[in-house]
Structure formats: structure tokens, C-alpha cells
Design a protein. Structure first.
Length: 364
């Protein structure tokens, strides 16, 4: 498979679809030595079923493991760390990964509990979990979906999961885009198998799934995320880390010269789909500074619930959120970082349902 290839298959037999993409890409030939350590890096956020649109479907893991075993690879691991504030172990269970691990005899590695080291990433020091750094071949398995801070998220951002929690927090203080780009100069992007089955095109953690029933294959993570932008009606310049990663030599944004390989008749895949602008409208009510995704995403969800109830009309005061508010005072905020405010909802992060109740009572 060439780096400008994009493999697309659609259907509902997700396990077989994954195997067909891997076979067409000749991933076994790409790996080579059957003794190499191969890892699957799915996309876990919170403990929710993949049907919610935020988590990699277990069938893709099953298909990938079967493909690898059929080609003689035995040293296979599933590794991931859910977002800050949530339990990876609980997410493993909710997504059905424990069942997969038992069925195929593979190890589940919670990277939130792993040791780590710092590495030089083209001018930036970035910490990577040791188990991820030891892998010979990493199959990145993101969900194609929207994100309330970066607009889209797929291959490049999914690699945040191989970092310790403290590094994830630091990325948010740096504005996400630049560190994500630099992370991918050292992150192992051996192959990208994209879950485009039912991603939420607005929220990273899911809740508003849009069924597409596709699985995609890439060698180039920059091309992958550029294609995601194309599909969702955005320019790569709307998502700064994509262009930054290209400039750092991670890959190419040139989808115009990509080689599309359709494994079956692609009536769905040729259509455009677009993320709604709901998040952009809701974000007007938040004053976010260095906010972590878990906290900010919960606030956006809470605001969406309040909007559905007609309770945002007439609101002029913005809700403060983010690490930049530590040690500061203000009127109203959510998250532990705003504990010095007159009105503050504690938690790291607070649950969206608790935010709804808090804002209903305290936000005037």
C-alpha cells in the first residue's frame, strides 16, 4: 500500500470489513517479521457503548486480531488510555474489549497506569507511555467524529491516548494543535484503520451518532485527517494541527492526488456529510481557557441540554472553564479549576448532568 492510498469499504459486517481492508493493504507484508510486537490502539473516551458514536467498535478489533493470527502474528496487544477523569478499565468493559481479550487471548493494557519517558519531538519534549514506545507496529484505530475544541478528530489526535494523563493536561495548556502535531513526529502510525461506522459528528465522547457504515484504511495520518475534513466540509486550515503536522514532515494533506481504492460499490462513501454548527453556537456561552476535553465536552453537552429546554435565551454571563482559572476569582465557573469563583461546580471533570443541575440553579 502506498502512502497516498485511501481504502474504503462499506457494509454492516464490520469484522469482515476490517479484515478486507487489512488484506488489501497487505498489512502482514508491511509488518514482516512474525515475531514483532503488534499493538491495536482503539479510541476510548468514556465508558459508553460504541453505538453512541465515540468509541471504536469491538468488531474492528476482532477482525484485526483474526487477520493477524491468520498471518502468523501472536504477540498482539490492545492498548489505550481513556480521557482524563474517566476509567480506562470501565471503558474496556463498556466497549466489549474484555470479551475480545478473553476470546482471542490478547492482553489489554491500560496506559493510564503505565510508566513513561520523555522523547524529543522536533523541538518539543513529549512524554510517551513505555508500553506504546516498545511496540514494533501500531495499528491506530480512531473513530471519525467531531470534536468540540478541534472541530474534527481522527488519526492524529487519537495518539493522545498513548500519553500519560499529566501530558494530556499539559497539551490543553498549550492549545492542543501544536503539541498534537509534534506528538505525531514520534507516535507510531504504522497503519490507520478508521471506524467510520457511526461517529458523532459533533462530540468526541458520542451521543449523537450518524450512521455511515464505512471502514477506511490509510498509511498516512495527515492524509487521513485531511480526508476527514473533506468529508465534513472543512478545510484543513480549519484544523490547525493537520497543516502543522504536514510542515513537520508527518504526512501530506494532498487529497486531490490521493488514490481511492473502493472495495465495494460505494454509494454512501461518495456523499458528503457535514458536522452541525450546534457546538459553535453553544460555545458562545463558555469562556474556555486551557480547558481539558473531558471538562469542556461535558459543559457543551450540558449547554445543549439547557438549549433543548429553552433555558439559554437571555443568558449574557459566560461560564468560565479551564486550567487558566486556577487561583483566580470570578462570578461563575465549572470544574475544580474555578473553585475560587463565587459560584463553582467542583469536579475534575464534573459530570454533564451535574452541570445541568448547577447551571439551572445558579446561572442567572
Amino acid at each position: 500500500m502506498e502512502r497516498n492510498d485511501i481504502i474504503i469499504i462499506h457494509g454492516t459486517d464490520y469484522k469482515e470489513m476490517a479484515k478486507k481492508v487489512l488484506e488489501r493493504a497487505d498489512v502482514a507484508g508491511d509488518i514482516g517479521d512474525r515475531k514483532k510486537k503488534v499493538a491495536l490502539k482503539p479510541n476510548l473516551v468514556t465508558a459508553r457503548d460504541p453505538s453512541a458514536g465515540g468509541t471504536t467498535h469491538k468488531e474492528l478489533l476482532e477482525g484485526t486480531i483474526e487477520y493477524l493470527r491468520e498471518h502468523g502474528f501472536e504477540d498482539v496487544t490492545i492498548m489505550e488510555g481513556s480521557w482524563v477523569g474517566d476509567s480506562t478499565e470501565a471503558a474496556f468493559s463498556a466497549a466489549g474489549y474484555r470479551e475480545v481479550a478473553r476470546k482471542y487471548g490478547v492482553e489489554l493494557v491500560d496506559l493510564q497506569k503505565d510508566s513513561y519517558k520523555e522523547y524529543e519531538a522536533k523541538g518539543m519534549k513529549i512524554a510517551i507511555c513505555d508500553r506504546a514506545a516498545e511496540v514494533d507496529y501500531m495499528i491506530n484505530m480512531p473513530v471519525l467524529k467531531g470534536h468540540c475544541q478541534t472541530i474534527v478528530t481522527c488519526a492524529l489526535k487519537n495518539n493522545k491516548g498513548i500519553m500519560p494523563n499529566k501530558e494530556k493536561r499539559r497539551f490543553h495548556t498549550m492549545g492542543l494543535h501544536k503539541p498534537i502535531a509534534h506528538l505525531n513526529t514520534i507516535a507510531p502510525n504504522s497503519f490507520i484503520l478508521v471506524d467510520n461506522i457511526c461517529g458523532d459528528l459533533d462530540f468526541e465522547e458520542g451521543g449523537n451518532p450518524v450512521v455511515m457504515n464505512r471502514v477506511l484504511g490509510f498509511k498516512d495520518p495527515v492524509l487521513c485527517d485531511s480526508y476527514v475534513c473533506d468529508c465534513m466540509g472543512y478545510s484543513v486550515d480549519d484544523v490547525p494541527y493537520i497543516r502543522m503536522a504536514e510542515k513537520l514532515g508527518v504526512g501530506s494533506t494532498d487529497t486531490d492526488h490521493a488514490n481511492f481504492i473502493y472495495l465495494n460499490e460505494d454509494t454512501v462513501g461518495k456523499s458528503k456529510f457535514r458536522m452541525t454548527r450546534r457546538v459553535e453556537n453553544l460555545a458562545k456561552y463558555a469562556d474556555a481557557k486551557d480547558a481539558c476535553s473531558a471538562c469542556y465536552g461535558s459543559l457543551i453537552y450540558a449547554l445543549d441540554r439547557l438549549n433543548d429546554a429553552g433555558e439559554l435565551r437571555g443568558k449574557k454571563e459566560t461560564i468560565c472553564i479551564g486550567q487558566a482559572y486556577r487561583g483566580k476569582t470570578g462570578a461563575i465557573g465549572v470544574g475544580q479549576c474555578t473553585c475560587g469563583f463565587q459560584k463553582s461546580l467542583k469536579g475534575c471533570p464534573p459530570k454533564a448532568i451535574d452541570m445541568v443541575k448547577f447551571l439551572e440553579e445558579e446561572w442567572k
